[in-house]
Design a protein around this ligand. Structure first.
Ligand code: DOR
Length: 444
């Protein structure tokens, strides 16, 4: 009798109970058994001896550019890159063209993605001064992971710059709001630094630590007053980490692999405008503060901020060159390398890229390798030594700032609801990605 559609055998399972060898049985998309299971009872079997089996990785910050800038990226390629990188689901950002700011545009994105999705997805709705009153209803629509605020301008036109409008956004709705915290006033005041220097190394000086600290400080003041929960994206300074450590009741914290891996000035000398992003990559002292915050438990999530631009666009003279770099496909390889380097444990990694996203955003059935949860899993080979090649990158932008880097640890397979969708760097079978489901408007 076939009890499992898919049986993953003899893997090293990273479960809430600890790390140990066992089998995982999946039926009708859900984990139905964990332990020593009968191989004869399975339809398909994946031999996982020597591999670690993690609950599916979720990347909570990607820009897939569709509609409007499909020459940089589109949903199909972005989702393929995700699956190739061991990612089982993404949260996609609203700074597309048109902006994702109403129900119709949200529905359009869901429909486009669903047509050819290598992995699961959800979309943010962007807050603007004009849609404040609609946000409470919009954030509850199916396929929506919440509201996104840009406090400082970046790629695209989304911006909530003053405290009054920011407060209005926070007062409209109840789900955790994702925030890009850079102070628009200070950015405007200091733009001459970027313009006059015409050197990308000035990026981190123009958008300096104070620009980020001020915005995060202002945000947390309003969070205290309104009681609204926020998720503060891509934190880059130790001072912000101190502010955020004192606000764990209301604010969760995200960092990116690139802020943990690259540092100024070396990255600007080596990569030029490819290293340009907002908020910027800063010096090693700030990077060390991010690692300390990660070790201290202040950081809740690591997201890639996959923000592709073409190399032609990146070749424009700074500061006309756009900010952002691709990352959804390299998120996990970089982090596995950091695990092997002793910077974090595999269990903490699972907390940051699977359990954390599920807990904070209220994703149904995700974030745990446990009976009853979805059979969406990421299998990794911690001993695989690989060079990151641009030929492996699925993104339409076709490049990665990590090209040529050798990492120890590599995604071996991506499984979504019991179906293997990636194995040995190849996508397998028909695309089955669906919108993620959320507990009704709620999360931790
Ligand atoms: O560097 C960035 N690029 N930061 C952002 O906030 C937006 C992103 C993009 O969409 O290009």
């Amino acid at each position: 009798m076939q009890r499992y559609d898919l049986l993953i055998r003899q893997g090293t399972l990273v479960t809430p109970a600890g790390v140990g060898q066992g089998d995982v049985g999946i039926r009708a998309g859900r984990i139905v058994a964990i332990g020593e299971l009968d191989p004869a009872a399975a339809g398909e079997t994946v031999e996982a001896l020597g591999l670690h089996v993690l609950p599916g990785v979720i990347d909570t910050q990607v820009h897939f550019r569709e509609p409007g800038a499909e020459h940089k990226e589109d949903l199909e390629h972005g989702l393929k890159g995700a699956a190739l990188g061991g990612v089982t689901a993404v949260f996609e950002m609203p700074n597309t063209l048109p902006l994702t700011t109403d129900a119709e545009r949200l529905a359009d994105k869901i429909e486009r993605a669903g047509a050819n999705a290598a992995c699961d997805f959800a979309f943010y709705v962007g807050a603007t001064p004009d849609n404040v009153g609609d946000l409470a209803a919009l954030e509850r629509r199916p396929g929506c992971c919440g509201v996104k605020i840009f406090m400082g301008s970046s790629t695209g036109d989304l911006l909530i710059e003053d405290d009054e409008t920011l407060r209005a956004v926070l007062e409209n709705g109840s789900r955790r709001v994702a925030v890009h915290a850079e102070d628009e006033n200070r950015l405007r005041e200091r733009f001459a630094i970027a313009e006059e220097s015409a050197d990308v190394a000035a990026h981190a000086e123009w958008r300096d630590a104070e620009t980020a600290i001020r915005a995060t400080g202002r945000l947390l003041e309003l969070v205290r007053q309104t009681g609204r929960r926020v998720h503060v994206l891509h934190i880059t300074t130790g001072a912000e980490m101190e502010l955020l450590a004192a606000a764990k009741d209301l604010a969760s914290v995200e960092v990116t692999p690139q802020h943990l891996t690259l540092a100024a000035p070396e990255c600007y000398e080596r990569l030029g405008t490819r290293a340009q992003m907002n908020p910027p990559i800063r010096e090693t002292a700030q990077q060390a503060a991010l690692w300390r915050a990660l070790a201290a438990g202040i950081v809740d999530i690591i997201g890639s901020d996959h923000a592709p631009h073409t190399l032609e666009e990146k070749a424009k003279p700074y500061p006309q060159s756009p900010s952002g770099m691709p990352g959804v496909q390299t998120l996990l390889p970089l982090l596995l390398d950091h695990v092997n380097g002793g910077r974090l444990s595999l269990q903490r990694l699972v907390d940051l890229v699977s359990a954390g996203p599920a807990r904070l955003f209220g994703i149904i059935g995700r974030g745990r390798l446990a009976v009853g949860y979805e059979g969406s899993l990421t299998l990794v080979d911690m001993r695989a030594k690989r060079r990151i090649e641009e030929s492996w990158i699925a993104s339409r932008c076709g490049w990665t700032p990590f090209a040529g880097m050798t990492v120890l640890g590599w995604p071996h397979a991506t499984v979504i609801r019991g179906q293997v969708v990636m194995r040995d760097d190849e996508l397998v079978g028909a695309p089955i990605g669906q919108p993620l489901r959320f507990f009704e408007g709620d999360s931790a």
